[in-house]
Design a binder for this molecule. Structure first.
Ligand SMILES: [Zn+2]
Length: 165
């Protein structure tokens, strides 16, 4: 007779668990990028009331624009939806740690909170290589929650790069 092994215990993580559903939506958004050969990164902006007011996926190849990162696309859409450039009280959820440009845009937009998934050791500007979002010398510092569904987010990128090598 065999006794089935117990499932691995899942440790609750109240800070990150709150954002897993949102991150799954960002992963779905990221998947749209691959249709045009773009690296799958997806971002959503939630307004102060919790509704999605901006979404974007990386579309550098699609539109031939080096600045068309998921976060920038989503921030532009959110600002248009709100009718102003300040995204105070908004939360940006993105599958990959923001780069220097995107972290800069997040600070300029006064985004209240940033939630990201996979870490980017080579270009991340939210803790890995630089920490633009929490630099005390800057006049705005969003709350940062990192590593939400980090493994699925990283796997999505790895699958893409494995197929495009
Ligand atoms: Zn970026």
């Amino acid at each position: 007779m065999q006794i089935a092994p117990l499932p691995a215990p899942v440790r609750p993580d109240p800070v990150r668990d709150r954002w897993t559903d949102a991150m799954r939506l960002a992963i779905d958004e990221a998947a749209l990028a691959t249709a045009t050969g773009d690296v799958p990164v997806g971002a959503l902006v939630f307004g102060p009331d919790g509704t999605v007011i901006g979404r974007g996926h990386n579309e550098r190849e699609a539109v031939g624009d080096p600045t068309a990162h998921a976060e920038v696309v989503a921030i532009r859409q959110a600002a248009a939806a709100l009718g102003e450039w300040r995204l105070a009280g908004c939360t940006l959820v993105v599958t990959l740690e923001p780069c220097t440009m995107c972290a800069g845009a997040i600070v300029l937009a006064r985004v209240g909170r940033v939630v990201y998934g996979a870490y980017d050791d080579k270009a991340g500007a939210a803790g890995s290589l630089l920490d633009v979002l929490r630099d005390p010398r800057l006049n705005h510092r969003p709350e940062v929650i990192h590593g939400v569904l980090a493994t699925p987010c990283a796997d999505q990128l790895r699958t893409f790069f494995d197929a495009h090598r």
